[in-house]
Ligand binder design. Structure first.
Ligand code: NAP
Length: 281
């Protein structure tokens, strides 16, 4: 039996990790959240250190979602190092990172966090997923704008994106949490095909019966609009890295890592759209 803590257990990937582990008898799962949501719940808040140790007590494997850096907690890497010190029984960690994190400057948070895990004495697996399909179904991403304005506006320069289904992220994470054969691997997680955002809107329009459109936002004004003079410089650097990648031909590259990790192909965008159709009506 492996005692596992899943961070962000109500989030887009965390809930899929919990779902994937629910059929595995060898897993005892604890769901971390700031809010009490289930019997297997552990209160966990990056902002409240007193919640860390109780949530991690007895935990052997961790699905780790990094915190957002804030004015009060600006160093995400140091915060994560302090968290690992609260978990003496931990032996395996699966880190949720991001596509392209491996090519980013070493002083950016994504890479510093990856290095922390890579250099630890733990068995580790690093997941680098591309843009989630489920962002189109999340009110805090595009769902609200789609429903109210019927459009989404993001810079891609017309390049296609190999969106990944968060259920595949969850399945790979569950496999890595339970099986040491995934240790020491970086998995780049994408879907099995790439789609322009205009095509994505056409597919969503087709299944929902509503007309949705995509507008290619010019990159620099889009970044400038999101840059607040009060925000940490690293937010702007991170946003630039993310959207420059989305505006490059590399964003359409397809990885075989879901197939390699799970022995089955990644879920398609068409399947996600078909199953989610009623949400956009
Ligand atoms: N969105 C994408 O396309 C994408 C692609 C690649 C990688 N990622 C990575 O995925 C991660 C998050 O993804 P997301 O933005 O899509 O969000 P999400 O996973 O849908 O939700 C964020 C989760 O973070 C938890 N959370 C928020 N504040 C917290 C705090 N102070 N302490 C503890 N937990 C807290 C929330 O849990 P509770 O509310 O239950 O506490 C929620 O479950 C990021 O690290 C991002 O880099 C995202």
């Amino acid at each position: 039996m492996t005692r596992i803590l899943v961070m962000g257990a109500n989030g887009k990937t965390g809930r899929c990790v919990v779902e994937a582990l629910s059929t595995r008898e060898e897993a005892i799962v604890r769901c971390a959240s700031r809010f009490e949501t289930s019997a297997s719940h552990a209160t966990f808040d990056w902002e409240l250190r007193q919640t860390w140790r109780p949530a991690l007590e007895g935990i052997e494997a961790l699905y780790l979602v990094k915190p957002a850096s804030t004015e009060t907690n600006p160093d995400v890497r140091d915060q994560m190092a302090a968290l690992l010190d609260c978990a003496p029984e931990l032996r395996r960690v699966v880190l949720l990172s991001e596509i392209d994190a491996g090519t980013r400057a070493e002083d950016l948070d994504e890479r510093r966090v990856e290095r922390l895990i890579e250099n630890s004495s733990l068995e580790w697996t690093i997941l680098r997923p591309h843009w989630f399909m489920q962002n189109f179904a999340d009110p805090s991403f595009y769902l609200s704008q789609l429903k109210t304005e019927g459009r989404v506006s993001v810079p891609t320069g017309g390049h296609a994106t190999s969106f990944v289904d968060t259920r595949d992220v969850g399945d790979v994470a569950a496999a890595a949490l339970l099986d040491r054969s995934h240790a020491g691997k970086h998995y780049t997680l994408t879907g099995p095909a790439s789609h322009t955002w205009a095509d994505a809107m056409s597919m969503i329009s087709f299944v929902s019966g509503r007309q949705f459109s995509y507008e290619d936002a010019p990159l620099e004004p889009y970044l400038a609009e999101r840059a607040s003079p009060y925000a940490l410089r690293k937010f702007a650097d991170h946003n630039r890295a993310v959207y420059e990648f989305l505006c490059s031909s590399a964003s359409s590259a397809i990885s075989e890592d879901v197939q390699q990790a799970l022995g089955r192909p990644a879920r398609t965008f068409e399947t996600f759209v078909r199953e989610t159709g009623p949400l956009w009506r």
